[in-house]
Write a protein of this length. Structure first.
Length: 335
């Protein structure tokens, strides 16, 4: 009888040792749940997440489960899952992070802060990106790490008429953020920030609820906003080189050994490159599609738009003790 009990205990220990802290199988692989809020399976987010899965699983150390909008289509849900352990890696925006009380990340929401993607990459992949990541880790109560920066493209104005100077936007209702530094900018040039759910924007543009909106080609074109009367003019204002944070749950990361961390770090780097490259390619392709569909695209001198933005950047920097960081970002544009 004693031998039977001992044998049962030993077999139980073997089974437990074959399982990871995420409830993995007896393969010994660490299960990692990664998620984003886009339901479009062709989105750059999905491209990046699938690259993360492929590279991490090649090591035979991980089992990666990818969720494209299936465990949350808004960022609140994703971060809640992250904190509670229902997800291990999620993608969120600066605007959402400020709603959690991490005001410093709103620096990436400041319009016309970046000149181009090369400038943006210098900032997020360098010391400033590390500084913001450290702030997020501390202010999150050490619940999650920022392991990489992704992008949702560069945003432009699109509406019922072309825009060439700030005055052209005066009195126009634009679907955008209605609070924070983004709203402050549009108000400063006379536009009227208006809240419309993304899923309802096509109808809002079609029925004159708003006069226009702002977003990147890979997002506005698949939704066919450019085919509406109030979306057919796309003016390349290039006001926002968007930033997204790839968050990793500290409860998972801190338990990984050095080998697992090295493999996962490399997989995240490859995923970041894949996501960014997908955005860069899609911007070109979707612009061409918009033009082929009949949209009117115009370039413009952004100088007067930038001058308005600098005032808001300087004000925000003083209020958040980030003047030196903004100056560093501006300097990197010249290096």
């Amino acid at each position: 009888m004693k031998k039977s009990i001992l044998a049962l205990l030993l077999s139980s220990l073997v089974l437990l040792n074959g399982c990871d802290d995420k409830g993995g199988s007896d393969t010994g692989k660490v299960k990692v749940v990664v998620a984003h809020n886009q339901t479009n399976l062709d989105s750059p987010y999905q491209t990046g997440m699938l690259k993360l899965k492929d590279d991490a699983e090649k090591s035979q150390l991980f089992n990666i489960e990818v969720h494209a909008g299936t465990i949350g289509t808004n960022e609140n849900e994703l971060v809640e899952k992250l904190i509670l352990g229902g997800a291990d890696v999620v993608l969120v925006s600066p605007g959402f992070m400020t709603s959690l009380g991490i005001d410093e990340v709103d620096i990436f929401s400041l319009l016309y802060l970046f000149n181009d993607y090369k400038h943006w990459e210098k900032v997020v992949d360098g010391d400033i990106g590390k500084k913001i990541a450290d702030i997020i880790y501390e202010k999150s109560g050490k619940k999650y790490y920022v392991k990489s920066y992704w992008t949702a493209g560069v945003r432009h104005w699109y509406g019922k008429k072309p825009v060439f100077k700030p005055e052209d936007l005066k009195g126009l209702k634009i679907r955008t953020q209605t609070s924070g530094v983004v709203s402050d900018y549009w108000l400063s040039i006379g536009a009227i920030p208006t809240s419309v759910a993304w899923a309802e924007l096509y109808q809002a543009l079609s029925s004159n609820v708003v006069d226009g909106a702002e977003n990147a080609y890979p997002y506005l074109v698949p939704m066919e906003h450019h085919k509406t009367n109030n979306g057919k003019y796309i003016s390349e204002t290039g006001h926002d080189y968007t930033t997204r944070f790839l968050l990793v749950r500290a409860g998972l990361w801190d338990k990984l050994d050095d080998k697992h961390k090295e493999v996962f770090e490399n997989a995240m780097k490859a995923a970041t490159d894949a996501e960014r490259n997908a955005v860069y390619v899609e911007e070109k392709n979707y612009k061409e599609k918009a033009i082929a569909d009949g949209a009117k695209v115009n370039s413009l001198d952004t100088t007067p738009f930038v001058l308005k933005a600098v005032e808001i950047q300087d004000k925000w920097g003083k209020e958040h003790n980030m003047v030196d960081v903004i100056e560093q970002i501006r300097k990197l544009a010249k290096d």
